[in-house]
Design a protein around this ligand. Structure first.
Ligand SMILES: [Zn+2]
Length: 438
């Protein structure tokens, strides 16, 4: 931040954000009280988007709400996927995106800060100690579905921007706040609508729960169904059948050995090297049936969810899986003759990658040091729609947001007041650092 008394400005910004703690809490609570559930093919994001638009207008900006169906070229875009990861073609009526530009004074780099406002359903209400739509506070924790994924982050970004404006700080580059619909269940098209419609920026900060770890890389992911074929038989003649469950155990073990192999591959990348399981893969369902009659099962399906590396494609992932199963199962004459059927389910979410030495990463690190006086943690962020901005919008992207990922999609999701304030402070300093001060 050349030309300004950095220490004093930083101190003022940090204090001002902290002084706005009540506003930040109240805004987060308000956002949580909108049940903006993503329920493919539909979603209930309109009310929260309109509320955000009103809040931005009150702070002197001119936000725009727009319908995805009005974005020219959206459906023809190579990254458009009608059904997301659940293969349910989406309906975007009444689900607006929001974009607000705070014009810079010129001569600086622009920044998009973006997050999604749709949330997954609360799940089993019995497991919630608090109303998932109540925004209740207990022990400095604000509870609600979406508290960290991503409404806490969105609230922090909005308050950070408001504080800078109230202080009369003038950024050189434009600061653009975007919120979008349909991120959950591999939606992706809400983010894509922003990328196609613009505006573009010199960098993107994607708000996802990272516990304020600065993430220059994010995972991609893919669901895959693998069907193992046996041969049905009457139970008193079971020797005439080929038990698909028994075969599926071999397939299960082969999949686990693939995870181990892929983790070794991932350890070559600096940010992945020290993670306990750098490229996690989960078999999340194992189900057998006797499709052809009899009671020796002739069909067994394994449902796999795997993370993917930033440079992987769906084709390379599937061919690796196919080759690996072929090798590992070669010992079985039956499986050689009747190889398992592999089917990717829904959208392939790509990962993102930015060199840890990139200027954007360094700016975020500088902001972190100034905000908290400690060395910034750098890591790998969760899979989400960052790849749409990074890989299709060709804008360098960082993922960072309040709260640890394990609270997302879980009962009693919450964000702490301290996490919110820290996020808003980091975002404010980062915007100043990246966009520059006039
Ligand atoms: Zn999210």
């Amino acid at each position: 931040m050349p030309g300004v008394d950095t220490d004093r400005t930083v101190e003022t910004v940090l204090r001002t954000v902290a002084d706005h703690c009540d506003d930040l809490v109240a805004l987060t609570q308000s956002l949580l009280r909108f049940p903006s559930v993503n329920r493919p093919p539909n979603g209930d994001e309109r009310a929260v988007q309109e509320f955000l638009a009103r809040s931005l207008r009150a702070s002197g900006l001119s936000p725009e709400l727009f319908c995805l169906d009005d974005v020219m070229g959206l459906k023809a875009h190579p990254a458009y996927h009608a059904g997301g990861s659940v293969e349910i073609p989406r309906d975007y009526r009444d689900r607006p995106n929001l974009s607000a530009v705070w014009r810079g004074q010129g001569g600086g780099r622009s920044l998009i800060i973006t997050g999604h406002v749709d949330v997954v359903p609360p799940g089993d209400l019995e497991q919630w100690q608090y109303d998932p739509w109540g925004g209740e506070i207990a022990d400095s924790r604000i509870y609600g579905r979406g508290a960290i994924d991503d409404k806490g982050g969105v609230a922090a970004a909005l308050v950070a921007m408001t504080c800078l404006r109230k202080l009369g700080i003038l950024l050189r580059g434009d600061l653009i706040l975007q919120t979008f619909v349909d991120e959950e269940y591999g939606g992706g098209n809400g983010a894509l609508a922003h990328v196609i419609r613009g505006p573009r920026a010199d960098a993107v900060l994607m708000l996802e729960p990272t516990g304020l770890v600065i993430c220059p890389a994010t995972y991609g992911c893919q669901s895959i169904h693998i069907v193992v074929h046996g041969r049905g038989a009457h139970p008193i003649e079971r020797w005439k059948g080929v038990d698909a469950i028994g075969l599926a155990f071999d397939v299960y073990n082969a999949i686990l050995s693939l995870e181990a192999q892929r983790c070794e591959q991932a350890r070559c990348l600096p940010l992945f090297r020290d993670l306990p399981v750098p490229l996690p893969l989960t078999v999340r369902r194992f189900e057998a049936r006797t499709v052809g009659g009899g009671s020796v099962p002739d069909w067994c399906e394994l449902q796999v969810w795997t993370t993917v590396l930033p440079n992987e494609t769906q084709a390379s992932l599937l061919s690796q899986l196919e080759r690996h199963l072929e090798q590992e199962l070669a010992i079985s004459a039956w499986l050689r003759e009747h190889p398992p059927t592999i089917r990717p389910i829904g959208r392939f979410l790509e990962g993102t990658w930015l060199s840890p030495g990139h200027d954007l990463v360094r700016s975020a690190q500088t902001a972190y040091r100034r905000a908290f006086g400690s060395e910034p943690p750098v890591g790998v962020g969760t899979s989400g729609d960052g790849f749409i901005y990074a890989n299709y919008g060709h804008m360098p992207l960082l993922e960072v947001g309040p709260g640890p990922i394990h609270r997302a999609h879980a009962p009693n999701e919450y964000v702490t007041v301290d996490e919110l304030v820290a996020a808003a402070q980091l975002i404010a300093l980062f915007a100043m650092e990246w966009c520059g001060i006039a």
